[in-house]
Design a protein around this ligand. Structure first.
Ligand code: H53
Length: 808
């Protein structure tokens, strides 16, 4: 855009914006509130995007383009306004126009709520995949739940997590379109009877409880292209709203109960990350978005295909994100057989061809299994179909591998009184994949080895990726500008082009600019920390950051114990030579995960002690930032020097914050786990610091024993001291972390924290040495960015497209 074009656009924008403000607020610009200024801007942007949306949908329908649908119980999309503006290439026009109008663009953006419709990695991955699909001009859509309350807001009060409801819809949400005309009915409970109608057996669902599923669509706009895909989120409502007859008969409470029971389905997101919560309401949620989504997809397909489902399996990809949407298999079978009149074999072929499944965890406690009784009662027809899928599967296995009856039956979808959702997903999908190389290997060799032997061709691996538009271009605009001026703009469309940075790997002028940007980002975070928790931190210190859900396997505890040890060292020798450090944590604990909450409490207790001790003041600080969400993440990654990725090897399927940190030039301090391994391969051993047990060693100890944490404790006085401090009152009057002590000693340290302590402490020393050589550190940092192309979600989507959905 040349300058006169820009001027014309700005004038047009300003005129439209002033009109919009009047329209949404009934006030003129000068008298409008910041909220109204935000709403007007959001509406203006939506007007532009919806016009493009309508156009592309017409094209998709006309050409019967192959469509992908991600079914996921979480979509952690983050704030959208700025991304939309970037994607329609209006950033400069809007920024300059608002400034000329005397408005505060940053404050306007702050008005947007950050929808917490996910817990962590799983939901955020879906948002990155939607962003990448749209950026690549690929028709891929999301299908999930419009939770009225997203993930709780976390406050830290007296060092402890307190949960507050997340009322993200309180001011309305400008980026969704409610489509009541596309509502569908979801049926629960009741009974099934079969009838012979015109010579064929027909199943009829009676006495069911109907719930109305109403879709809300959010546009997913591609970066600088014509594509607009859709994220469809379903809201549960009672049929015909309030039950007036009942109400009129005076049964007021009953009428209200009916309404609120219906609405409860989409009321709240379960706050568990990688953990299974076998509640009836969760099962209702899982069926709810699966049933509503599939019904609409089938009817839309028929509308463009002469009212027939022919070819559905070739034209439609239903992607099952973890096992929460595992009922896609039986539900699609139900629709194709009971509603479309197909026979079992035709319906089965179509279903398997349409479905693919990504597994995201090997933690046994996260694998979903539903009691037969619960499922049979709530979803009688679905359960019937699962039984039949299983019966046929076992029959085929017995026929193919007659000498393996015991193994065959161990693969049963239904066993021990439960329905195994991972097994259901594998049997009903033509493709199964893990999310990093190591993870996929564990799936093949351990977790799903029995299935791998039966269907080796179904197993794939696609390493996760993250959106460079969100986590580099949007969150680190200064770095974006430096990259553009140094290596041109091709990297914006193809992140592998960042390799061109190797031309600058020894360039002192580039180093200077790069360091200045990192420092400015650190100042920004330091400012946020002061504003929010009144702790002042030194932007020249190492920003050593661990932000993610709090979980034993992610081992925030290892980090915390090491901080305590470092503090002890500094107390013994206040002149200890070390680069000053700021240890930063953020992350939520599931409300019922008491051990994780104790870890938060421990970190805050250590922080309080360290930050108030004058002898260590200029050497170390510890910070726990409340309410980690996408918006806070965008401030944190660009400012990081060290990215803590220290999970017990074999436990973290992939991790994605490791990629976001790397893209912003942080050095990974990590175990050989998940995608850390691929990061290490990409950057080479001199640009990462790894430590600790390998996954093979962890498996070996878990299988054959041989690790006794008490031995480590007895041999290492550093550990003894730290462990005693957990329970002797050092961390504050009345503060006692016995549960943590017991887990590490009495229960033999199930996540190998003490076992890896020494290696971690050595690795931390290496970080210190490296950082103190400024040139080496900057070189490492730039090398990390240069190699981050492989961790763009654009690459992941291209892999899915080629290997799994087979889209040209
Ligand atoms: O999914 C991420 C992985 C990460 C894994 C995470 C995840 C959840 O956030 C929730 C449930 C689940 O089964 C897995 O823990 O390692 O990077 C995206 O694949």
């Amino acid at each position: 855009m040349n300058s006169s074009e820009k001027q014309t656009k700005k004038e047009a924008f300003k005129a439209d914006y002033i009109n919009k403000i009047e329209e949404v607020s009934g006030n003129c610009l000068e008298e409008s509130s910041v909220l109204k200024q935000y709403q007007a801007l959001a509406e203006l942007v939506m007007d532009e995007i919806t016009t493009q949306w309508a156009k592309i949908n017409t094209q998709y329908n006309k050409h019967q383009t192959k469509q992908v649908y991600f079914f996921s119980i979480e979509f952690l999309i983050g704030r959208l306004l700025k991304s939309y503006i970037n994607n329609i290439d209006m950033d400069e026009v809007v920024t300059e126009s608002l400034e000329e109008l005397g408005l505060d663009y940053a404050a306007i953006q702050e008005q947007e709520s950050d929808p917490g419709l996910g817990n962590g990695g799983l939901g955020r991955l879906m948002a990155c995949y939607l962003d990448s699909s749209a950026a690549m001009g690929m028709p891929a859509n999301g299908n999930g739940i419009r939770y009225k309350y997203g993930l709780f807001e976390q406050r830290i009060i007296n060092g402890e997590q307190v949960e507050v409801a997340d009322n993200w819809l309180k001011n309305g949400y400008p980026f969704e379109i409610r489509k009541p005309d596309k509502s569908v009915i979801v049926k629960y409970y009741g009974s099934i009877h079969s009838e012979n109608i015109n010579g064929s057996l027909t199943f009829i669902h009676e006495d069911y409880e109907p719930i109305m599923a109403v879709p809300y669509d959010i546009p997913i706009k591609g970066y600088h292209n014509e594509t607009v895909n859709s994220l469809r989120l379903w809201s549960a409502e009672p049929i015909d709203g309030f039950d007036l007859p009942t109400f009129n008969q005076g049964q007021f409470l009953y009428a209200i109960r009916q309404k609120s029971e219906a609405e409860s389905i989409s009321q709240i997101l379960y706050p568990n990350d990688s953990g299974f919560d076998g509640k009836l309401l969760r099962l209702k949620q899982e069926y709810f978005f699966v049933c509503a989504g599939l019904k609409r997809i089938v009817s839309h397909y028929k509308r463009n295909n002469s009212n027939s489902v022919d070819g559905f399996g070739e034209k439609i990809c239903i992607h099952i994100n973890d096992t929460h949407p595992a009922m896609c298999g039986p539900e699609l079978m139900r629709i194709l057989m009971d509603e479309e009149g197909l026979g079992w074999n035709d319906a089965w072929k179509m279903t398997v061809s349409a479905l693919s499944f990504t597994n995201h965890t090997v933690l046994p406690e996260a694998l979903e299994k539903w009691p037969i009784n619960m499922m049979n009662k709530l979803l009688p027809r679905i359960y019937m179909i699962i039984e039949e899928i299983n019966r046929r599967f076992i029959e085929e296995l017995d026929a193919c591998y007659p000498n393996n009856i015991e193994r065959n039956h161990s693969l049963s979808i239904i066993k021990d009184g439960q329905v195994h959702m991972a097994s259901l997903s594998i049997v009903t999908s033509h493709s199964i994949n893990g999310v990093a190389s190591l993870h996929s290997k564990i799936l093949r060799e351990e977790t799903f080895n029995g299935f791998y032997q039966v269907f080796p061709e179904r197993f794939h691996s696609v390493t996760n990726g993250v959106s460079p538009r969100r986590f580099l271009m949007r969150s680190n605009p200064k770095l974006k500008d430096l990259l553009n001026e140094s290596i041109g703009i091709e990297w914006e469309k193809n992140l592998f082009q960042l390799k061109k940075l190797s031309n600058y790997i020894n360039d002192p002028v580039f180093y200077e600019k790069f360091d200045a940007i990192k420092l400015a980002n650190k100042f920004y975070l330091a400012d946020y920390i002061t504003k929010h928790i009144d702790i002042s931190v030194d932007p020249n210190s190492i920003f050593d950051i661990q932000v993610k859900r709090i979980h034993e396997y992610k081992r925030q505890l290892l980090n915390a114990l090491h901080i305590l040890y470092l503090y002890n060292r500094l107390k013994e020798n206040p002149n200890l030579e070390m680069a000053p450090r700021t240890f930063i944590f953020a992350g939520k604990a599931a409300p019922g995960y008491y051990f994780a909450k104790d870890i938060i409490k421990l970190i805050n207790a250590i922080a309080y002690m360290v930050n108030n001790d004058k002898t260590v003041q200029d050497k170390m600080k510890v910070v726990f930032l409340a309410n980690f969400n996408v918006s806070l993440a965008e401030i944190i990654y660009p400012s990081a020097n060290v990215s803590e990725q220290i999970s017990t090897a074999g436990k973290e399927a992939s991790g994605t914050s490791n990629m976001k940190f790397m893209m912003n030039g942080a050095i990974t301090l990590g175990t050989m786990d998940g995608a850390n391994i691929e990061i290490s391969e990409a950057v080479g051993p001199t640009n990462i610091v790894t430590f600790g047990l390998t996954s093979d060693e962890v498996f070996h100890y878990q299988k054959y024993g041989g690790y006794h944490s008490v031995d480590v404790f007895e041999q290492d006085p550093r550990i003894q001291k730290v462990m005693h401090q957990l329970v002797d009152g050092t961390l504050g009057f009345g503060l006692n972390f016995q549960s943590i002590y017991d887990s590490l000693i009495l229960y033999n340290d199930p996540y190998f924290v003490l076992k890896d302590f020494n290696a971690y402490s050595d690795a931390q020393n290496r970080i210190d040495q490296l950082f103190r050589n400024n040139k080496t550190w900057t070189k490492m940092s730039i090398s990390n960015i240069a190699q981050s192309g492989m961790f763009s979600s654009d690459r992941s989507i291209a892999d899915y497209q080629r290997e799994i959905w087979e889209i040209k």
